[in-house]
Design a protein around this ligand. Structure first.
Ligand code: SF4
Ligand code: SF4
Ligand code: SF4
Length: 277
């Protein structure tokens, strides 16, 4: 019974994904949605089960299983632009397909429920960046650089808008090559920034345009790391291990960099008095 309780959240999560999978399959009459959401739900549920049974690489397992599926299968094999340009493209086309559904679920409305879980468990850019040597940032954040994400956001929108306004030919092919080129650019910039700032997640903090959606929505996230401030002894360990510099020992939603939390639980593992949960 104790074991069942331990794995209950994983089971609930799996069933939630299955509900989405079956609903979309039947509503849109497309078997792809059954396969897609069942696969993602299974990976996340297995990862959660691994986490509760103390497996060290549970998060990395989910990150690779989901991230590489999206990059390789959806992006390269199925030629669906899953980057932000793809989102604008399908919006302009008025198509509610994989990329728009993906953005709605993982990056716009989903964060109201699970915050920036996408960034911790599924993003194929971070999947590679997390392999670099600077898991814990070596220096404080460069506050002003965060504005660059808005520049990237506007540029991505302007690029796709220009393609539509100029009635560019072979748009689908252009979007496919944009996806490949965009990913190469993200990886190069991400690796460069990680070494420049000695911080694996520097790209996420300063450049990633998707955070323009993720940050405001995750402020209201139902699921978040909470701190029992009466237990906290202010040792600072949680902030030292946090890849996103979150002031997690402050329980308020207004905690510094609170909307940057990727739910990796490194802080929870590190807290000596179990004040975080
Ligand atoms: S901030 Fe952007 S690059 Fe970083 S994990 Fe999130 S979506 Fe991926
Ligand atoms: S270490 Fe804690 S506060 Fe920092 S990102 Fe991970 S879960 Fe969030
Ligand atoms: S690790 Fe725990 S005790 Fe130390 S500052 Fe963070 S919450 Fe407080």
């Amino acid at each position: 019974m104790k074991n069942f309780k331990k794995y209950l959240p994983a089971l609930i999560l799996f069933l939630a994904f299955e509900t989405v999978a079956v609903s979309l399959w039947l509503a849109l009459d497309n078997l792809f949605y059954l396969f897609n959401f069942s696969y993602i739900g299974t990976c996340i549920a297995v990862g959660l089960a691994m986490y509760v049974s103390g497996k060290k690489y549970a998060r990395r397992f989910v990150q690779f299983a989901v991230g590489s599926y999206m990059l390789v299968y959806l992006g390269i094999i199925s030629r669906e632009n899953m980057q932000i340009e793809g989102f604008w493209y399908y919006l302009y086309m008025g198509v509610f397909e994989a990329a728009t559904i993906h953005y709605a679920v993982a990056k716009i409305f989903g964060p109201l429920l699970f915050g920036r879980g996408w960034c911790g468990y599924a993003c194929w850019t971070a999947m590679i960046l997390d392999l670099l040597p600077y898991k814990q940032p070596k220096a404080p954040r460069k506050k002003k650089l965060g504005a660059l994400r808005y520049v990237m956001f506007v540029l991505s929108f302007a690029l796709v808008t220009a393609l539509f306004l100029t009635h560019a030919a072979h748009l689908e092919t252009i979007m496919f090559w944009l996806f490949l080129g965009g990913n190469v650019l993200y990886y190069l910039l991400g690796i460069l920034l990680a070494f420049a700032f000695k911080d694996n997640r520097a790209f996420c903090k300063y450049l990633c345009p998707i955070t323009v959606f993720l940050k405001p929505m995750s402020y209201f996230s139902l699921f978040r790391v909470k701190c029992d401030e009466s237990k906290c002894v202010n040792c600072g360990k949680c902030q030292r291990v946090c890849p996103m510099n979150v002031e997690v020992n402050n329980n308020s939603r207004r905690r510094k960099y609170g909307t940057e939390c990727i739910l990796c639980f490194e802080c929870v593992k590190e807290c000596p008095v179990k004040a975080l949960h």
